[in-house]
Design a protein around this ligand. Structure first.
Ligand code: PLP
Length: 433
């Protein structure tokens, strides 16, 4: 499909200058870029961790979305990764945005995104944030309770409301319907209350949860949404928007392929919301767009070798040489890798060397730790890699989702720097400069 970009706008949405993008010309690859950054750091005595963010990857994901879900407009979930290059790239691709708070709305407006492209998709909002949305023209917002309706009627009486429903998310690793969403039994009363308060309800939203292991969850949720649409229409609301939420994996090795989800979603939309229903369909993907775009490079800052006689964990069954390696990286669970504790859909990572490893090379059982004083700060318990030395680098793929936005500088370790890159070919496809 042809790309819609915002070329010609007053301030370029995405440019090398406004978010430090490196354009990879003369056939340079992301690997070349990574290697050059590692070399550069070596000669500058700088071992700080960094990410390389591939805008090509985001574009590929976007094209895949449009091919597979042509009726569904993505509203990217800003909370997932709010790096300027990501947000500007999404804006250049003409997506909408799902914001969870005043600060996220502020951020998107400051980048030139118009209020009609924002949904305030949080059902429990501070009153002052609703007022902010009101004064800045952000009208679309979700709710799932009577209390929220009362707040909205006081602070944004012209809001366009989307009723979030709880759905069966029992097949998901992160179950959001435990916390959000009205049960179907209470929907009639809620819609009635919205009517009494003179509020406008325009549609229904749900989130099947993240790390969803069964595509049928979407079918059931879309069928449930249809019932709520019918109730809303009967009560006199002009129901015109269906929001199918997020939860789409951003990884190739996920349990259910995006194409399989898409097939089920398209079938359910055809059945319950056919094109002639005139209903606009949106979604709030986060990790789908960014997870695979980011690779983290972290430095081995310390090392300990534990020999058999010292290691109480080695039961002697390992066919390894007589030792376990302990490496300490300068990034860990309090930094970029907080997904290991905070993100049930991403509980493991596989660090690898930034060079080819020959099959004949000796590998050692290796435990990899983060840099802080906490023993909870462990990256991986046991991986088998050749011996590393202080100063070596390890790479970790699929680090774009819920990483930078959740990292801290606990113990004074700096957050990883981000280098956005794009190949010259993709840059020209985007037609932005
Ligand atoms: N929409 C809402 C309301 C959410 O709470 C979340 C994540 O928590 C998302 C969208 C994005 O979900 P994901 O990154 O799994 O696509």
């Amino acid at each position: 499909p042809a790309l819609v970009t915002t070329k010609g706008s007053f301030v370029p949405v995405l440019s090398p200058e406004n978010c430090g993008i490196d354009i990879l010309d003369n056939g340079r690859t992301i690997r070349d870029f990574l290697d050059s950054k590692i070399k550069e750091r070596g000669s500058a005595d700088n071992e700080e961790p960094f990410y390389v963010a591939s805008l090509d990857s985001i574009l590929e994901r976007h094209l895949r979305w449009r091919t597979n879900l042509p009726r569904v407009t993505p509203f990217y979930a800003v909370k997932c990764n709010n790096d300027a290059s990501v947000l500007r790239m999404m804006s250049a691709l003409d997506t909408g945005f799902d914001c969870a708070s005043k600060v996220e709305i502020q951020l998107m407006l400051s980048l030139g995104v118009t209020p009609d492209k924002i949904i305030y998709a949080h059902t429990t909002k501070p009153l002052s944030h609703i007022k902010y949305a009101c004064t800045h023209g952000v009208d679309m917002m979700t709710f799932d309770s009577e209390e929220e309706l009362l707040k909205i009627s006081l602070s944004h009486a012209k809001a366009k409301l989307v009723l979030r429903i709880a759905v069966d998310d029992s097949a998901s690793k992160i179950r959001l319907s435990l916390k959000f969403g009205a049960r179907l039994e209470s929907v009639g009363k809620l819609l009635g209350r919205a009517g009494e308060l003179g509020l406008e309800v325009i549609g229904v939203s749900f989130h099947v949860g993240s790390g969803c292991t069964g595509s049928l969850a979407f079918k059931q949720a879309i069928a449930d949404a249809r019932r709520v649409f019918d109730m809303g229409n009967l009560l006199g609301f002009q129901m015109s928007l269906l929001d199918i939420g997020g939860g789409f994996s951003g990884r190739e090795d996920c349990q259910v392929a995006f194409e399989e989800f898409s097939e089920v979603i398209n079938g359910a939309l055809e059945e319950f919301f056919p094109p002639d229903s005139g209903v606009q369909i949106i979604a709030e993907p986060g990790r789908y767009y960014v997870d695979s775009a980011f690779t983290l490079a972290a430095n081995v800052i310390a090392k300990r070798v534990i020999t058999d006689d010292m290691d109480e964990h080695n039961d002697g069954k390992d066919n390894c040489p007589d030792r376990t390696m302990m490496y300490y990286l300068n990034d860990g669970v309090y930094g970029s890798l907080s997904c290991l504790i905070n993100d049930a859909a991403h509980t493991q990572v596989e660090p690898y060397l930034n060079r080819v490893v020959e099959s004949s090379e000796q590998r050692y059982r290796s435990v990899i730790w983060g840099p802080t004083c906490d023993s909870f700060d462990k990256v991986t318990d046991s991986c088998w890699i050749p011996e590393l030395h202080v100063g070596d680098w390890l790479l970790i793929d699929n680090m774009g989702a819920y990483s930078i936005c959740l990292s801290t500088d606990f113990n004074g370790f700096e957050r990883a720097h981000i280098y956005p890159v794009v190949t010259a070919e993709t840059w020209h496809t985007l037609n932005l400069s």
